[in-house]
Design a protein around this ligand. Structure first.
Ligand SMILES: Nc1nc2c(ncn2[C@@H]2O[C@H](COP(=O)(O)OP(=O)(O)OP(=O)(O)O)[C@@H](O)[C@H]2O)c(=O)[nH]1
Ligand SMILES: [Mg+2]
Length: 303
């Protein structure tokens, strides 16, 4: 833990309360009182898990393990799920945001409106707070006002920015890397335009930006992070698959967890894609970004 998020997860419990209800609340209410895991009870449980956005495959697997066994009773269902979810999160890999000495480049991608630019503003602020020299690369040269929005965030966070209105995003990133190397920056945060995963040209553009980073800064720590809106549920899994194929993702940030009842998508992503969630957005303010800690997340959902 390099611990720049010293603040406790005060609002985490509140942020996940709908998700907690959707899984733990509903499962314990309908299964917890039963004598045994009859087929009827198991079906019911599977339906609840699927509607909580856990995914059909994972929900089925969790229910199958309860079939034809006598050790786990319905009264233990909460503990059973807690242990299974913990295991899934740990198996998905290290959830810590990596930072090394020298240059660190965080490449942020995702579909439209999920919260990429906001995440970059919040992250810049966190890094500034631990004394890092932060440069933001305005790689969204597509949407009108995108660079302006990023400019506002960079000023708020006290970070520097490279922006070239309407230029090719890859060239903006190229220039940012040059500047970062010449002026000894610790961090580059690369914003990108929102793109639907089925838009071929835009996905190709993303690959091009990524390859500039890989070629120009091979020695830097490179994190390729997909931003997902917690409210998208299972569709987020589909997005993650396609982006992963295009740019080889290293992690996920889940935004808008506040109020969402579909936060269980975190488990589905960990299970299906073995991608660790590293950051969670729990509001619109600069401080509303949390380092994802599996234990705390599980506690917040199950307590
Ligand atoms: N409640 C809540 N709102 C958020 C969070 N993160 C971002 N938002 C809001 O989501 C909206 C979209 O955020 P942006 O950062 O502009 O999203 P984007 O992915 O950069 O959008 P495009 O560049 O258009 O693809 C804004 O109104 C943000 O304030 C979060 O964690 N919680
Ligand atoms: Mg944006």
């Amino acid at each position: 833990m390099f611990g720049f998020f010293k603040d406790k997860f005060n609002n985490l419990k509140q942020a996940v309360s709908n998700t907690a209800n959707a899984i733990v609340g509903n499962v314990t209410n309908s299964v917890g009182q039963e004598e045994e895991f009859s087929e009827f009870v198991l079906d019911d449980m599977e339906d609840i898990l699927i509607s909580a956005d856990l995914g059909v495959g994972y929900a089925g697997e969790l229910v199958d393990k309860l079939r034809n066994q006598t050790k786990i009773k319905p009264a233990d269902v909460k503990n059973y799920l807690k242990e299974e979810f913990s295991k899934t999160l740990w198996e998905a890999g290290n959830t810590e945001l990596n930072v090394q000495d020298g240059l660190n480049i965080y490449f942020i991608c995702g579909v439209n409106g999920v919260g990429k630019t906001t995440l970059i503003g919040k992250l810049a602020y966190k890094f500034k707070n631990i004394g890092k020299k932060v440069l933001i690369a305005a790689g969204d040269t597509f949407r009108a006002a995108a660079e302006e929005q990023l400019d506002i965030w960079s000023k708020r966070a006290g970070a520097d920015i490279v922006r070239r209105d309407k230029a090719d995003p890859a060239s903006v990133v190229y220039e940012a890397i040059e500047k970062a190397k010449n002026e000894n920056y610790d961090i580059i945060l690369v914003d990108t335009a929102g793109r639907l995963q089925n838009k071929f040209n835009l996905m190709e553009e993303l690959k091009k930006i990524k390859s500039v980073i890989d070629k120009k800064a091979p020695d830097s720590l490179r994190e390729c992070m997909l931003v997902l809106d917690a409210n998208t549920g299972q569709n987020g899994l589909q997005q993650a698959k396609v982006f992963s194929e295009a740019v080889n993702l290293t992690s996920v940030a889940l935004t808008k967890l506040d109020g969402s009842a579909k936060g269980a998508i975190i488990f589905a992503i960990a299970k299906e894609l073995k991608l660790p969630v590293k950051l969670v957005g729990v509001g619109e303010k600069m401080e509303d970004l949390k380092e994802f800690n599996p234990e705390e997340f599980i506690e917040a959902i199950f307590e």
